[in-house]
Design a protein around this ligand. Structure first.
Ligand code: ANZ
Ligand code: ZN
Length: 764
């Protein structure tokens, strides 16, 4: 070998691995299957960043190791390609998002290949490809047929400047995420998915999966199950009652008012005309103020009284800004003595505060009841670059699903991507596309112009990887049965709540339909921490602290990038980029190169064999435990040993070392491996069998035995471990000890021997 020319050998091996297809997953193979999933990236113009490089390199090391251990590993990648950035770019430049998306995908793919990520490229998917979103639309239709998709008028966040409806995630502190303008609440007809129907199962089945506990907790909190009671309050001089949901029925005695949400449906039935007007003004005022209900408590008396069923007292009904219509019953019993919000409100409006002891007897008045904070999933967006919702509106027949044989409903080409003034999708302006015929009656009808949210394509992509080219179904059942569930899913902490929950919901639904074989999609879920800039802040162009992974690859090589990012810190924690430490890893790799670049001794010393065996054990365990940083540290330790024992580290030990190095530094280990084993036919180091850790070999080579005389410790013997179980040998050594002789004092002894632990000489 000559100089450490990473650019040359990395390119060479990346190409060779592609040619030989050594990372393909094989359907129905008899080896044990292992499905490792990363969150697929959004193909943006910014390319993949060092955060991607970190989590992908780590999972890649795991995939490579498991392959070498004889597992049939499925390690796929695809592109989560719909979304706003591509649309905004199209608005700016007029270039169609599908063109920029394909360009971005090509770039990111080249990056991934140059980093030596061992994805199975035959299974690549792209959510914006009509052959993919055909099935996303198909799943929507199944949801619709099963009553789980419905249209409803709901409040949306409207940005008057961008003229666009924003999802809740796109509103930060009441302001538009993109332009910072104060958003308004508007009512708009939207598609929703009835995820609430699955709330209990989504919660219960968390017990059946291996997710990190904080991930389970965030799921459980989002589902927000609450046990309490529903209590009916009778309206004075009326047949009507107002049910309230309370988790503190024991405080019923102290309920001195009722608080309703401004949009509680009963208000239209119980208010006088005059009061209705006042309440209407109040509601409008709240909208104008924005939505932060937590702060200042506000309310208005309705003029209506109800009876507290515990005290039989007549108490007033208020409309307030701190009760929401979409939780519980939209009505709350105000207990100022026990609840802070209620107290604040009562003080402000001079409502009675009745102090009393909580009493459990009120439970009899109440019906036990369970509520969930989880809301149905708003599934409409008024954007262009998303999956068209495959529905048609007919004046006669109402909403009709597009027949399945007409899928996909393809996005039409448009000239203007700008959203409209009305808040409708840009698709609404393309009349040739919108106008269609009703699938039911054949009359003129109009297509739905809303598109699906970003979450849609990512809710089932792991199914498509099992059978990515199927054009008869989303995937063949036998293949799903073979590959599912995903054995290990790793992704960002920011996706552990909604994305994981949404995809679990779709999966459960598909399970109920007999389409997928398992009730849960992911057997295990973990998440990684972000990589911060060298200044300890989030990387961003404006801060000038962005590390470009491709520059690192060009200058130091992909192995350096990978191994440094594994080493950078505990996988699940946020870490700070350090140039120095990265260069340290680079020097390590060069040292390995130099050490291997000599005539290696034929045989290795026992010590060298033991040392590499220890490394095998450490790396085997650490990669599975996501302790990637300590796995790299173990390599460093081994290299130090090698440096100081050059004559003792022979061919056999180096071969073993290269195999366990391979998952972390795939290029360098291949280059050295091929150099020492040049034998004609190419067999990659990555196709070798993972070395077996031998616990006997590593057991401390020396063992210390306790030497007792009549059961009392008198000395210790340190001897080679293979001798420590040999009773004769141990007896002889024990009797030779001066300390022992002193207590035996010439007497005859018999021996009680616990091999490897104790030798007890009992005097007769
Ligand atoms: C009386 C009471 C007394 C309450 C007390 C609490 C403490 P979780 O745990 O979240 O389920 N509540 C019910 N529906 C509401 C709504 N739509 N908007 C705002 N608040 C609502 O909380 C349930 C409690 O939150 C309920 O129990 C109710 O107030 C309030 F010392 O009833 B409680
Ligand atoms: Zn019709």
């Amino acid at each position: 070998m000559d100089k450490f020319d990473h650019q040359a050998f990395e390119k060479k091996w990346a190409q060779k691995w592609q040619e030989e297809q050594i990372y393909s997953a094989i359907d129905f193979d008899s080896r044990p299957k292992s499905y490792l999933l990363i969150e697929f990236p959004y193909p943006s113009g910014e390319r993949l960043h060092v955060g991607h490089a970190r989590s992908y390199s780590c999972l890649d090391a795991l995939a490579r190791k498991r392959r070498m251990q004889g597992q049939n590993v499925l390690f796929p990648i695809g592109w989560d390609a719909f979304g706003l950035p591509a649309e905004n770019y199209a608005i700016k430049t007029g270039i169609h998002p599908s063109i920029t998306t394909l360009k971005n995908i090509a770039n990111a793919k080249a990056q991934a290949i140059s980093w030596g990520l061992s994805f199975d490229w035959n299974r690549e998917v792209n959510t914006s490809d009509p052959e993919y979103y055909r099935w996303t639309q198909w799943i929507f239709l199944q949801l619709y047929r099963n009553g789980l998709a419905y249209k409803d008028k709901i409040a949306v966040n409207w940005c008057p400047s961008c003229k666009i409806n924003l999802a809740n995630e796109e509103v930060i502190d009441g302001k538009c995420e993109r332009c910072g303008t104060q958003t308004e609440r508007r009512k708009q007809s939207q598609w929703l998915l009835r995820i609430t129907k699955y709330a209990q199962r989504l919660l219960d089945d968390l017990d059946t999966v291996n997710y990190r506990s904080d991930i389970k907790l965030s799921q459980a909190n989002w589902i927000g199950r609450s046990e309490g009671h529903t209590v009916d309050f009778e309206i004075s001089n009326s047949q009507l009652t107002i049910p309230v949901f309370t988790t503190r029925v024991d405080t019923l005695h102290g309920a001195t008012f009722l608080a309703l949400a401004v949009d509680h449906p009963i208000l239209t039935k119980i208010l006088t005309q005059e009061k209705a007007q006042e309440v209407g003004e109040f509601a409008k005022d709240l909208v104008r103020q924005g939505r932060d209900t937590a702060k200042d408590k506000q309310g208005i008396f309705t003029g209506v009284m109800v009876t507290n069923p515990a005290t039989q007292q007549s108490i007033p009904v208020w409309v307030v800004n701190y009760v929401t219509v979409d939780y519980g019953t939209g009505a709350v019993m105000g207990v100022p003595a026990h609840d802070d919000r209620d107290r604040e409100f009562a003080v402000k409006y001079q409502i009675d505060i009745v102090d009393m002891e909580p009493e459990t007897k009120w439970e009899k008045l109440g019906k036990k009841s369970v509520k969930f904070h989880l809301r149905d999933w708003v599934f409409s967006r008024q954007h262009y670059w998303g999956e068209p919702i495959p529905m048609v509106y007919c004046e006669e027949c109402d909403w009709q699903p597009v027949p399945e044989d007409q899928l996909p409903v393809e996005l039409p080409a448009v000239e203007k991507y700008q959203p409209t003034d009305t808040g409708e999708s840009p698709l609404a302006a393309i009349t040739e596309w919108v106008n269609t015929i009703c699938p039911n009656c054949g009359r003129k009808a109009k297509r739905e112009t809303d598109t699906m949210p970003n979450w849609a394509g990512s809710s089932w992509y792991f199914l498509r990887y099992c059978d990515p080219h199927n054009n008869q179904s989303l995937a063949e059942p036998a293949k799903l049965k073979y590959w599912l569930p995903v054995d290990w899913y790793n992704g960002g902490m920011e996706h552990t709540t909604l994305h994981v929950l949404y995809s679990r919901f779709w999966h459960k639904f598909l399970y109920d339909q007999g389409i997928v074989p398992t009730p849960e999609p992911y057997a295990k879920r973990t998440s990684h921490g972000a990589v911060l800039g060298p200044d300890g802040r989030r990387m961003s162009k404006s801060k000038g602290n962005v590390i470009n992974p491709d520059e690192i690859v060009a200058k130091y090589g992909a192995d350096t990038l990978r191994m440094y990012e594994m080493f950078i810190g505990p996988f699940d924690q946020m870490v700070v980029w350090s140039q120095e430490s990265m260069e340290g890893v680079h020097r390590l790799l060069k040292r390995i190169w130099t050490l291997a670049d000599t005539d290696l001794p034929q045989a290795s010393s026992d010590e060298a064999r033991k040392t590499v065996n220890k490394l095998v054990g450490k790396i085997s365990d650490d990669l599975e435990a996501m302790k990637f940083n300590t796995a790299v540290a173990a390599v460093m330790e081994f290299v130090n040993f090698w440096t100081s024992h050059k004559d003792a580290v022979g061919q056999d030990v180096v071969q073993t070392f290269l195999k366990v190095l391979a998952p972390m530094a795939p290029f360098l280990s291949e280059e050295i491996y091929q150099t020492i084993n040049s034998r004609g036919e190419f067999v990659s180091v990555h196709q070798q069998t993972w070395p077996e850790y031998d616990p006997k070999l590593s057991a401390a080579s020396e063992i210390t035995l306790a030497v007792q005389v009549n059961g009392i410790l008198r000395d210790r013997l340190t001897l080679a471990s293979n001798y420590s179980t040999d009773q004769k040998h141990v007896e002889q050594l024990a009797l030779a000890s001066a300390k022992v002789q002193k207590f035996v004092n010439g007497a005859k002894t018999r021996t009680i021997f616990v091999p490897g632990k104790i030798v007890n000489l009992v005097t007769i």
